[in-house]
Ligand binder design. Structure first.
Ligand code: ZN
Length: 284
């Protein structure tokens, strides 16, 4: 079983839709500002999530407290910072969620990834998109229901395929036109309405680099909260065509050997897991 960050089956978290109206003092509280910055306690190079009691002692005000689940048995809640939250008390800081991946322990980070998506769903679905009526919590499901017309709103998830394409002992990697980071990664794209994952893979790769692939093999999945994706990883093999990248999407694409890889994505991503698994195959 390949280890993909955020995808462990033994993840120490139990989902909780309903919780106490007042979070217990020892609960973890994930407080976000509107720019997706998460409030954490500083510990040198490390950080941790504050408890309700700690935030209350420091007078940190918050709203929309939503139960998330239990992390190693301890309740965890999400909340929005009140005001602009720009000046937290000493010892606390608002950090970019993606950058905090290197400072938080792994379970805390992935619960934060849930928290930010649940908070944004809560904020963005206060009113019905069909009739304009106010919504209320469903009660037993993670859903909001329009009081007037009954339409349901669930947290939005955008499935995306991410694919490592091999050709003999080479792998296809590309540098995206929209990123300035400079690393080469596997190809990815969102699944269109009405499309299967397999159809999305063949279409995306043809659109992005002009080749045909086949021999699709499921690899694994990863929740990816930037902003609300579910990355579904596959392996595929080249079947036909020469690389002709779409300049709007791809700055550069090429076939690479294991001993001559370009700069690849950091270890947090499923893209890196796909590449690492492919690299390891030669050793086995
Ligand atoms: Zn409605």
């Amino acid at each position: 079983m390949t280890l993909i960050p955020g995808s462990r089956l033994d993840f120490p978290f139990e989902l909780m839709i309903r919780g106490p109206s007042e979070p217990p003092p020892d609960s973890w509280m994930y407080v976000f500002r509107g720019d997706r910055r998460l409030l954490v306690c500083k510990h040198g190079q490390h950080a941790r999530i504050p408890t309700v009691a700690e935030l209350d002692d420091l007078g940190v005000k918050r709203e929309s407290q939503i139960p998330l689940g239990r992390l190693e048995g301890v309740p965890a809640f999400a909340a929005a910072a009140t005001g602009d939250g720009s000046d937290p008390p000493a010892g606390l800081l608002f950090g970019d969620l993606r950058k905090l991946a290197m400072r938080l322990d792994e379970p805390s980070f992935w619960v934060g990834a849930r928290a930010v998506q649940i908070l944004e769903w809560d904020r963005d679905h206060r009113f019905c998109g069909r009739c304009g009526g106010a919504t209320e919590d469903h009660g037993s499901d993670r859903a909001k229901v329009c009081r007037r017309c009954g339409l349901h709103f669930y947290p939005r998830l955008a499935p995306a395929v991410i694919v490592l394409v091999d050709r003999g002992d080479e792998v296809l990697l590309a540098r995206a036109a929209r990123f300035t980071s400079g690393f080469f990664s596997t190809l990815a794209g969102f699944v269109e309405a009405g499309e299967s994952l397999e159809q999305a893979i063949v279409r995306e790769i043809e659109e992005e680099v002009g080749i045909r692939v086949g021999n699709l093999r499921y690899f694994g999945s990863q929740p990816w909260p930037f902003p609300h994706s579910l990355m579904i990883g596959f392996r595929a093999s080249w079947e036909a065509g020469e690389l002709s990248p779409d300049p709007e999407e791809i700055a550069e694409a090429g076939w690479f050997r294991r001993d001559d890889l370009p700069i690849i994505p950091p270890s947090l991503s499923i893209a890196r897991s796909l590449i690492d698994a492919w690299v390891a195959e030669e050793i086995c």
